[in-house]
Design a binder for this molecule. Structure first.
Ligand code: PNS
Length: 169
């Protein structure tokens, strides 16, 4: 049997402890999980971190996870899956509100690429309130986000906001 290739796609702007929890649990299901970081030329400027910064952070954070690879993709996820021979999409769910959006995307992806099977992993309840956007917002005001994100994300956030608003913190 061919090895199933799983991808964990996202913006990871930045990766949170919720993402990491889902990723860790996905590695127990699949021998290799590739984090596929969205590089969206159309969304340039919409991400806080550049693609290079996000890839660097993810590589550092997952360095001790042997089954994890980090790659980037642009355009449609299903096109990336076709070219990389992947068939499983791993997505995390925090609450029912995530499910409605994710269900639609899962159906759309499978319509475009019938081999694509989406697997949802429920993030641990302790992370149910954590999102990259909330963490960015909190960090921009200098709040302590160290319990919500891996250390490399926290460092990068504080560095980024110190560059953007020098002298504020
Ligand atoms: O971390 P995010 O922002 O929730 O991740 C969303 C992501 C990157 C998985 C999704 O937006 C995506 O797959 N984008 C690539 C474009 C695409 O394939 N769109 C089709 C579904 S609308």
């Amino acid at each position: 049997m061919n090895e199933v290739k799983a991808v964990f796609p996202g913006s990871f702007d930045p990766i949170t402890n919720g993402h990491l929890d889902v990723l860790r649990r996905a590695t127990r299901l699949f021998p290799v999980v590739t984090i596929a970081v969205l590089h969206n030329a159309r969304k340039q400027g919409k991400h806080l971190f550049t693609l290079e910064e996000r890839l660097e952070m993810l590589s550092e954070i997952t360095a001790d996870m042997p089954g994890v690879r980090v790659e980037s993709f642009g355009g449609l996820l299903v096109d990336y899956m076709r070219t990389s021979g992947s068939s499983v999409i791993v997505r995390g769910l925090r609450a029912v509100s995530d499910y409605e959006y994710e269900l639609q995307i899962a159906h759309l992806n499978r319509q475009m690429y019938p081999q694509a099977e989406t697997i949802f992993i429920m993030a641990a309840t302790r992370w149910s309130y954590v999102s990259s956007s909330m963490v960015r917002e909190l960090a921009s005001y200098g709040a302590d986000i160290s319990k919500m994100v891996p250390e490399a994300s926290a460092r990068a956030l504080y560095r980024k906001f110190a560059e953007q608003y020098p002298g504020q913190q």
